[in-house]
Ligand binder design. Structure first.
Ligand SMILES: Cc1cc2nc3c(=O)[nH]c(=O)nc-3n(C[C@H](O)[C@H](O)[C@H](O)COP(=O)(O)OP(=O)(O)OC[C@H]3O[C@@H](n4cnc5c(N)ncnc54)[C@H](O)[C@@H]3O)c2cc1C
Length: 435
């Protein structure tokens, strides 16, 4: 289950102690953010370049407290993403790296595969387009199946045609993140929990020009900084501010299937993704822990970062209501927004949506599941940004020392090791650090 996985790596008291005093700690590279992206990057840099001293800073008391432990637990194959986009490239590369990594580390991963189901003529057209995109993206093994072939894989499903992706899988990303953290420490990297970076600025010191400060008295000096803040991306450093991007947070509600029906879900079953919002759309995902996740519906969060459904941040809500970006987005996608809200509040509606694919599910079989928060970025034109965004040594002064992982939504977890390789390649080129 998403939130009940045993933690393999917990707080390091030793480092916490050293942070209590007025120390200024010097590192070659500081990575901020202990989700799967920061942890994959820290581990990869330390493994590939033995020389640099590297620290990973995390504001919580453990790794993977946010998006990296609150997600669909799917290992994506790379079908949905525009050809030549970063998502397409890094997801296809990353999926293979994760399968290899989990095999070496003996982390449970299941290659359950995925069926993307077409239920009407328009869906069939879009399925064919997805298939062509998947081929262009070099997704291994995908096939367009007629319904008779689908029933051999998934006998109890409803639909007209499906795209079969045998390379899609399921893994607990929290476990993977913590294993990356363990690798990083084993290589001599330092993890500091409970350190919330509040600002990144010029230090005035030639050898370590970047200063990272928090509310604590301790601070860090670095030659290079990589920020991987998830929901808080852009909070510390945002060279793309001029583009007028707006961060928004969506509350994603999952459900779980009554275990008596789990045997009816033999593979991941996905609806055709929404054309402009591929992260929205019903799916059934069998987790490695043995349960089946249903959903999700996504509605605007009333607070940037609270999993508590009743939590409200009036300042946050006001800033979103008066945002032109969000207004345009809402007007352009009124029907989808209403659909999502109805799905979140109406159990009958939710059941009907699920029944389109699996008819044996009744209202009582849909059990409460975890809640997640998903960061998205909305452009001035009211569109969601649809690719990963990285600011790599952009701008002047210390900005030339910073890699900002500005936007890494799904399939970020699948792509994590490929992203880490990309970051290594960039750092290696500006300062080899012997790697
Ligand atoms: C609902 C949902 C479903 C998804 N499903 C999938 C899926 O099935 N497969 C897939 O591949 N991807 C999926 N994703 C995407 C994937 O979960 C993310 O791409 C990935 O977890 C992003 O990792 P991250 O490290 O960037 O962010 P996070 O995991 O959010 O980590 C950011 C970290 O930075 C820390 N932090 C923030 N600010 C500071 C600060 N100032 N100082 C110190 N620390 C700080 C936070 O505490 C946090 O630990 C899903 C995402 C969501 C939201």
């Amino acid at each position: 289950m998403l939130l009940r996985t045993p933690h393999v790596l917990e707080t390091k008291n030793l480092h916490q102690k050293s942070l209590r005093c007025k120390s200024v700690l010097k590192y070659d590279i500081v990575v901020i953010g202990g989700g799967i992206i920061g942890t994959a990057i820290a581990k990869t840099l330390k493994e590939k370049m033995k020389k640099p001293k590297i620290a990973l800073l995390e504001k919580e008391e453990a790794l993977a407290r946010h998006q990296s432990s609150h997600n669909s637990q799917v290992l994506h194959a790379g079908i949905y993403y525009r050809t030549n986009s970063l998502k397409a490239k890094l997801c296809v590369e990353g999926a293979q790296l994760i399968y290899d990594y989990c095999s070496v580390k003996k982390i449970p991963v299941k290659r359950y595969g995925k069926l993307i189901i077409a239920s009407d003529t328009l869906d069939k057209y879009r399925l064919k387009e997805l298939y062509k995109q998947g081929l262009r993206n070099k997704v291994p093994g995908i096939e367009l199946l007629d319904w008779e072939s689908v029933t051999k894989i998934q006998p109890y499903c409803r639909g007209l045609q499906a795209l079969w992706s045998p390379n899609s899988g399921n893994v607990n990303w929290e476990v993977v993140t913590k294993s990356f953290g363990q690798d990083f420490e084993n290589e001599g990297g330092d993890i500091f929990f409970g350190f919330e970076a509040k600002c990144v600025k010029e230090s005035g010191e030639a050898s370590h020009p970047v200063l990272i400060k928090s509310d604590k008295e301790a601070s860090f000096l670095a030659k290079y900084v990589v920020t991987c803040l998830g929901l808080y991306s852009g909070a510390l450093f945002d060279p793309e501010k001029d583009k007028g991007y707006e961060n928004v947070s969506l509350r994603v509600n999952y459900y779980t299937l009554n275990p008596r029906l789990n045997r009816f879900v033999k593979t991941n079953i996905y609806a055709i993704p929404h054309i402009d919002m591929p992260f929205i759309g019903i799916h059934f995902s069998p987790t490695v822990g043995g349960e089946v996740l249903l959903g999700p519906s996504a509605v605007p969060a009333l607070k940037l970062d609270s999993y508590d459904k009743s939590a409200i941040d009036v300042t946050y809500i006001r800033s979103k209501i008066f945002s032109k970006n969000v207004g345009f987005l809402f007007l352009k996608n009124l029907q989808t927004c209403l659909h999502q809200v109805t799905e979140a509040v109406s159990c009958d509606f939710r059941t009907a949506v699920l029944n389109k694919y699996l008819p044996m599910i009744s209202k009582n079989d849909i059990l409460p599941g975890p809640t997640a928060l998903q960061g998205q970025i909305v452009t001035k034109d009211g569109e969601f940004v649809d690719d990963f965004l990285f600011d790599i040594f952009e701008g002047k002064g210390i900005h030339k020392r910073i890699i900002n992982c500005r936007f890494v939504p799904s399939p970020g977890a699948t792509s994590s090791l490929a992203i880490a390789n990309m970051v290594h390649d960039k750092i290696r080129k500006v300062d080899g650090f012997g790697g």
